[in-house]
Design a protein around this ligand. Sequence first.
Ligand SMILES: *Cc1c(COP(=O)(O)O)cnc(C)c1O
Length: 380
Amino acid sequence: MPDVGLREWIAAGRAIASGHLLRYDPGANLTSRFEKELGQTVGASHVLAVNSGSSALVAALAAAGIGPGDEVLVPAYTWMATAAAPVQVGAVPVLVDINETLTIDPEDIRAKITPYTRAIIPVHMVNAPCDMDAIMSIAKEHGLIVIEDSCQAVGVPYKDRHCGAIGDLGTFSFNKMKNMNIGEGGAVLTNDERYFIRARSYHDLGSLVRQHGDRLNEPEFVGMNFKVTEIDGAMLRVQLRKVVPMLRRMQKRRAVLADILSQSDEFTVTPHNDPGSAVSLSILAPTREKAIELTGRRGVHNRLRDSSKHLYTNWEPILQKRTFHPKMNPWAWAKREINYTPDMCARTLDILDRTCIVTLGLRYPTPLMALIARKLARAG
Ligand SMILES: *Cc1c(COP(=O)(O)O)cnc(C)c1O
């Protein structure tokens, strides 16, 4: 993640000094300028800034009209927000295994589709893009809506496009852990004007008093307030200028290290859905024991199973189908019985058991990281 520093401080200070804190204040334009710039960077015709990635997912589902009785396919390896968002709109998440790329397995998507499936939320985890070609073609075949959870892959390329701007809708997070960081924040992306208008309505309970002047006559509906302030918009414009160069450096470093690590006969480099532009780097060991041993070596950041908060077995409220009110229970409205068990996605558990993230070490010179990688690849 890029640092937050002097430039953000100055931009935020200017936003405060302007006297316009609300994005829809007459005279305010920082948030709308950010949205335009982000859309140009990633190739989305409509961008809506919201207060978090979780909010972005809920607004995207509401925009797409997903609700009670609907099943939404989500991967078993993601931040719980991906599975919680369908519940917020009255739908239920159905868990899908990942494959070795660490992203949702297209074959298991096919296996989990029922007559009640309405949408897929592929998640680009740890900057690794999903197999979007396969996912979009399955979605087309079955008439499903694709909402990319690109919260962890802001700015990441996939073939000649960008994660988040490929599906019907996409979502970004700008929280402290992500590629663009303003503490908390998010965005909804789409190329569909109607989805955009509906997402904007949902994110701004006050939409009905604004003069948006849309071409489509989409009536306002009851929503929430997920708006950002102009301070957020100002800081996001600064962060946006940092993310592209950062990813370019990651891409170069990743290419050097992946090349070295691929020579190991103890482990393989995690397969990638677009190796030519990859920025993420992890390795896959043949056994769990080997992966645990590798975590003790220099250059290995951690084993994914150990950062287990992103694993479905830890999503207790989902596994228990627990909502804030017993009658507000989407599982009771589902068209069939949906149950979750700790071993239901055994393949995901096995892959995460054997996968270790490799440190790119951007703050260190390439020769040093290459040396560490050579040792890692040869040791054993
Ligand atoms: C961070 C994250 C979210 C949610 O973002 P917040 O801004 O924290 O609400 C959703 N999905 C994934 C995969 C994430 O990593």
